[in-house]
Design a protein around this ligand. Structure first.
Ligand SMILES: Cc1cc2nc3c(=O)[nH]c(=O)nc-3n(C[C@H](O)[C@H](O)[C@H](O)COP(=O)(O)OP(=O)(O)OC[C@H]3O[C@@H](n4cnc5c(N)ncnc54)[C@H](O)[C@@H]3O)c2cc1C
Length: 398
């Protein structure tokens, strides 16, 4: 099977990339290889379903630029194709005096990122938006919304297939080799020849990257995010989206409340090291993958720096009452009985051997391949912009 372009991974980034390529150059032959039997089987199908506004990201970074552009494109796409969504706004809440300067930094970032309509609000104004929230000060972010990312992924797949391109499910990529001007992608379902491979492999981004670029030194750390769901008769405690002030040393936003596009309200996600890349339960262990993580130099440096925060997160994972205490900072009235265990997702976070968590989106390429090495949140929000960035890199070669 010979293609101009073979894309690895049918998460939202791989799908959006294929969609953008097929829009920009419909004559190119392309296919997607996916190891599962459906689209959005991993990060995309297990996320919080939030349309991020772009307030948090370093001005000028790929996250900031792609989130802004992708946000507008996402809303146009959702309206055109009837994807369930709601731009409901959110509050970011400082619950202690000590958090005010951090809240102010976020606000300044939002302004530097060109966001309109965000404003600092008092505890009284916060209560007008979210009556049960305990705040010393908040930021109102009107742009934030919620969306059905699985529905969006299915629509992208339909549009790609409508252009005559195929998604091969149950086709795990095992290895790749190169010939003079093409590569051969070896999968569980047979070999594919490609003039260009694009890897959008999420939690296995490092493994797939190293198939053709073994010298690239990074490791994907899997951080599981666990959710609770608020029982129906207490969902009135949350109108829309309520976020804490995040720890600036971490790339995660802290446990928050999210009204979901599919209905219901979730609380979470925390961020605990997962013992398996696709380990959705706290009892899931893959000894080989766990050993690789623990023995990676970069991980050991991160663990030495952040062991206390890591242990706190782990404690919150095993203790519901500790999890609830974190939520009570935002809504003092919420109790253990108001929450039942929900689902979970595992985030792919690239880490280098120096012990740095890669903060921004990150792509590397050579003659045969473009690798999306790091596409954490807000990559679902930004998927159409990220897909276009990768498509433009690819199309230069044809
Ligand atoms: C808990 C959680 C909450 C989040 N909340 C939000 C949010 O609210 N808003 C937001 O914008 N972002 C959020 N994110 C981030 C967002 O979900 C991800 O950035 C985005 O889904 C990444 O998409 P992807 O296509 O790169 O990865 P994935 O969705 O993980 O897709 C990668 C695909 O590659 C496939 N694959 C891997 N290896 C192979 C192989 N060898 N052969 C074939 N196929 C392979 C996998 O099976 C998978 O389907 C969240 C993430 C998590 C985990």
């Amino acid at each position: 099977m010979k293609y101009d372009i073979v894309i690895v991974g049918a998460g939202i980034v791989g799908l959006a990339t294929a969609y953008r390529i097929s829009q920009k150059n419909p004559r190119l032959s392309l296919c997607i290889l996916e190891k599962e039997n459906t689209v959005a089987a991993h990060q995309t199908g297990h996320n919080s379903g939030v349309i991020h506004s772009g307030i948090y990201y370093k001005p000028g970074s790929l996250k900031a630029l792609n989130c802004k552009k992708g946000y507008d494109e996402l809303l146009v796409f959702a309206k055109e194709y009837g994807i369930k969504h709601d731009v409901c706004g959110k509050v970011i809440v400082a619950t202690k005096e000590a958090e005010r300067p951090l809240l102010d930094n976020i606000f300044k970032r939002g302004i530097a990122n060109g966001m309109q309509g965000i404003r600092k609000i008092s505890p009284k104004e916060t209560k007008e938006i979210e009556p049960y929230v305990n705040a010393v000060e908040s930021i109102w972010v009107p742009q934030t919304g919620i969306i059905d990312y699985v529905g969006m992924s299915k629509k992208l797949a339909e549009l790609i297939e409508g252009q005559g391109h195929k998604i091969f499910f149950k086709h795990k990529v095992k290895s790749m080799t190169t010939k003079s001007d093409y590569s051969v992608v070896h999968t569980e379902g047979g070999d594919f020849e490609a003039k260009l491979v694009i890897s959008c492999a999420g939690l296995y981004a490092d493994k797939v990257t190293k198939m053709l670029e073994p010298q690239v030194d990074f490791h994907v750390l899997p951080f599981r995010g666990e959710y609770y769901e608020i029982v129906p008769n207490r969902q009135y405690l949350v109108k829309n989206l309520i976020y804490p002030v995040p720890n600036p040393n971490f790339p995660f936003l802290g446990v928050h409340f999210t009204r979901m596009a599919k209905g219901g309200v979730e609380a979470g996600p925390n961020a605990v090291l997962s013992y398996r890349r696709e380990g959705y339960s706290r009892w899931d262990v893959h000894f080989g993958e766990l050993f690789e993580t623990l023995s990676y130099k970069g991980f050991r440096k991160i663990a030495a720096k952040y062991w206390r925060e890591g242990l706190d997160e782990m404690y919150r994972s095993y203790s519901k009452s500790a999890f609830v205490r974190a939520l009570q900072n935002l809504i003092p009235e919420i109790g253990e009985d108001d929450l039942v265990e929900g689902g979970s997702g595992v985030r792919a976070q690239a880490c280098d051997s120096g012990g740095n968590l890669v903060d921004d989106f990150w792509f590397i390429e050579n003659q045969y391949v473009i690798n999306v090495c790091n596409a954490p949140s807000p990559a679902a929000t930004a998927c159409l912009a990220v897909g276009e960035t990768v498509a433009d890199k690819a199309l230069k070669r044809f």
